[in-house]
Design a protein around this ligand. Sequence first.
Ligand code: S3P
Length: 244
Amino acid sequence: MAGKKNAASAGGQGGAARDGGAQGSGRPANAVPSGKRGGASGGQGAGHSNSHGRGRQGAHRRKPERVPCRLERPVFFVGFMGAGKTSVSRRLARLCGISSIDMDSYIERRDGRRIRDIFAEDGEGFFRDLETQVLRELTQAEPALVSCGGGVVLRPENRELLREGGFTVFLKVEADEAKSRISDPSTRPLLGDAEAARKTNAERLPLYEEVADATVDTSGRGVTALAFAVRSILEREGVLWRLK
Ligand code: S3P
């Protein structure tokens, strides 16, 4: 199988929180509201409270610079549950004045049920069918920053869509750190205990690498730092342009 070349990468340390941050402005009709799964903030990335002792309320936090940008094609964020896909894509959307779409929220809205209820009532196969449908639509829609569910890479058909349909950013995380960022594990039917999470993450690693145009190590890094790192990569790769 032809692996997708990692055109760019960025390393670092810290913790990307999930579900934090805001969504891009100018969102299309099909974009989802902020607050995935009830909007609970689920982590401890520097976007919320950082290792320098300045939390969200910190008086010294500088507002990140916002620069209106244009996206040339869809950008898909992939990675394990808790990698920070939703948080980082929302933060980046806000920084750039572009839209972000969370695939799981999109599916929940369309199906009228929570992900965990879809899994419980109709099983994983049914959920994966919805996921493929939505992914296909988003490759053809107005370009947006799309956070994908962690298992999107499982189907070869989806990997093909990710490789061909946009630019894919792999947010890399260790399973233990990812688990610690998830405040309510009941929202992730496939997370399992620590050992199961490590095994699943390890099994999926080659699949994430296969679709990645860029890989960003999220360990020890906060949401804003990651959003800036991704922005630099997207600019360098000609996927994102500043409008001024
Ligand atoms: C899944 C990840 C979840 C969600 C579903 C399945 C997975 O999304 O799509 O619970 O198989 O890894 P997040 O990665 O956004 O948590």
